[in-house]
Write a protein that binds this ligand. Structure first.
Ligand code: CA
Length: 230
């Protein structure tokens, strides 16, 4: 894959050799150049030496954990986009890695088209300069620090509420269906009743709209939900 006139290199850090090879094949078939590492230490070294465009990082590694690799890179000012692979029930792990500075995560098992799409999305964000803050009107969300405020008032959200709001903010003005929201915020293949989306939209409204007398989070009949742009 060529992006901005350059070949795009993905560094895959995954100790399960068969999975790592399959991931590499999936990415290579979409034109990415892939470097494989099977442990945390070499992955960390390669991340610093090769300057890949995207890092696909497994959490469970035998020596240096994925969380540790991520934290060390960020502490050293390496801001290469990182997509973390997590086990099915690793809910607390996911919160941890996002707090450590990973950009996105994908729960196993995942499909290759989704992996490729997530890598491309990270490349686009990086190319756009990945603005530290996203704002819609006076609502300001900082994906790196995981903070949110309306005007000058800080708002506390749970991890899921935050992910949901971030998704809607990144798509401001464009209605998203319940299924799209479910796939993006809860993860593809995560079998949940789509009504959970409705429940979380309610939670969001109670926190970001009701106290401020606003109605930013809107229902689009027959379509889904949208964040009203300025
Ligand atoms: Ca592993």
């Amino acid at each position: 894959m060529v992006h901005d006139g350059r070949v795009v290199e993905v560094l895959v850090i995954e100790d399960e050799v068969r999975l790592a090879r399959a991931v590499a094949e999936g990415l290579t078939s979409h034109g990415f150049t892939v470097t494989l590492c099977h442990n945390g230490h070499s992955g960390y070294q390669q991340a610093k030496e090769r300057h890949p465009d995207v890092i696909v990082l497994d959490l469970m590694l035998p020596d240096l954990s994925g969380a540790e690799v991520c934290a060390r890179l960020r502490q050293e000012g390496v801001w290469t986009p990182i997509l973390v692979l997590t086990a099915r029930d690793g809910v607390s792990d996911e919160t941890d890695v996002l707090n450590l500075g990973a950009d996105d995560y994908l729960r196993k098992p995942f499909s290759y088209p989704v992996l490729v799409a997530r890598c491309r999305a990270l490349l686009r964000r990086a190319a756009a300069g990945d603005p530290a803050e996203i704002s819609v009107d006076d609502l300001v969300l900082d994906p790196r620090r995981r903070t949110l405020r309306r005007a000058e008032t800080p708002i506390e959200l749970t991890r899921r509420e935050f992910a949901l709001l971030e998704y809607l903010m990144r798509n401001r003005g464009r209605p998203r269906t319940k299924q799209e929201i479910l796939d993006h915020v809860w993860g593809v293949g995560y079998a949940r009743d789509a009504n959970v989306v409705e429940v979380y939209i309610g939670y969001l409204r109670r926190k970001v709209d009701a106290p401020f007398g606003t109605s930013t989070v809107q229902t689009v009949r027959g379509q889904g939900y949208v964040l009203k742009g300025p």
